[in-house]
Design a protein around this ligand. Structure first.
Ligand SMILES: Nc1ncnc2c1ncn2[C@@H]1O[C@H](COP(=O)(O)OP(=O)(O)O)[C@@H](O)[C@H]1O
Ligand SMILES: [Mg+2]
Length: 272
């Protein structure tokens, strides 16, 4: 059985203004797909473009070119605001462009390296904020959903606590519940455990593993290679803003073919 991928990205290209006249190209014409209910893990060296790739998927960074479809919302970034000058500049977004972007952004929920929770709201309020304020959902219904999500991430007892009363791992799990509360088509994780003390990493990875078994579509940037090997449906190794190798964990992690992938994995798995 083949089904239509839930994410299809083609020709994804992104540059940032460089120190001189020339822009620096960070993503080079990237193509990839993500299947419904799958876990895609992106690995690669620092500065290879992983964060930019995720931010492009969420349109936090607007790609210079490329078409990305998530669910039933598709954006042709080269056409968006018809950029008149160099990359990243000179776009004039129309109301229709902004409406499309707003719909597009709701397709994905983002979990960052360090939770950016509202410091003076409780865990529960952090989770209900988006559904109530952005999505205008019924407050009581949003609260019921949020409590179920907090329970799912193992924090039913912490619903009324403020972020500073929670450990880093607990805060990160509130961040995951908050992303899920918007019912996005896909949840994007950018190194969700890299800011945590080592003993807190397992809880957060455990929550992500549980989500994988419930069929949540996820794209995860992580250096946790063993975790990737356990949960990933596909692994993408990116280097220099391009996908160097892509396949199952058995292929990319256990039997990489590219020397760049081999060197990277060796360094990650045996830093000394
Ligand atoms: N807003 C920005 N302005 C200029 N350069 C950027 C910006 N964001 C990222 N870059 C550059 O793009 C490259 C890729 O960055 P990033 O996507 O953060 O890589 P990774 O997440 O793989 O470490 C790096 O060289 C980085 O310096
Ligand atoms: Mg990054």
């Amino acid at each position: 059985m083949t089904s239509t991928p839930v994410i299809e990205a083609t020709g994804l290209t992104k540059s940032f203004p460089g120190p001189g006249k020339d822009p620096i190209r960070v993503l080079h014409d990237i193509d990839f797909t993500v299947d419904t209910g799958s876990v895609s893990v992106i690995i690669g060296p620092s500065g290879s473009g992983k964060t930019t790739m995720l931010r492009s998927l969420n349109a936090l960074d607007i790609p210079d070119a490329g078409v990305i479809r998530i669910g039933d919302v598709s954006v042709d970034f080269a056409e968006l605001g018809r950029p008149k000058r160099g990359p990243g500049s000179g776009r004039t977004l129309t109301r229709a462009d902004n409406a499309l972007l707003a719909r597009y952004r709701l397709q994905s929920g983002m979990v960052f390296q360090s939770h950016n929770l509202f410091p003076n709201r409780t865990a529960l309020q952090n989770v209900t904020e988006g559904p109530v304020i952005v999505q205008k959902r019924d407050a009581e219904e949003a609260r019921t959903d949020a409590l179920a999500l907090l329970d799912q991430v193992g924090l039913s007892k912490q619903a009324d606590q403020l972020p500073h009363q929670l450990s880093g791992g607990q805060q990160q799990r509130v961040g995951i519940a908050r992303a899920l509360a918007m019912k996005p088509t896909v949840v994007l994780f950018d190194e969700p455990t890299s800011a945590l003390d080592p003993e807190l990493v397992g809880d957060v990875l455990g929550v992500i593993k549980d989500l994988a078994t419930t069929g949540t579509t996820m794209v995860i940037v992580t250096h946790e290679i063993r975790f990737a090997a356990q949960v990933a449906s596909q692994v993408l190794f990116i280097d220099g803003g391009a996908i160097v190798e892509r396949g199952s964990p058995d292929q990319v992690i256990a039997a990489p073919t590219s020397d760049r992938t081999k060197t990277f994995l060796k360094r990650i798995l045996d830093p000394a």
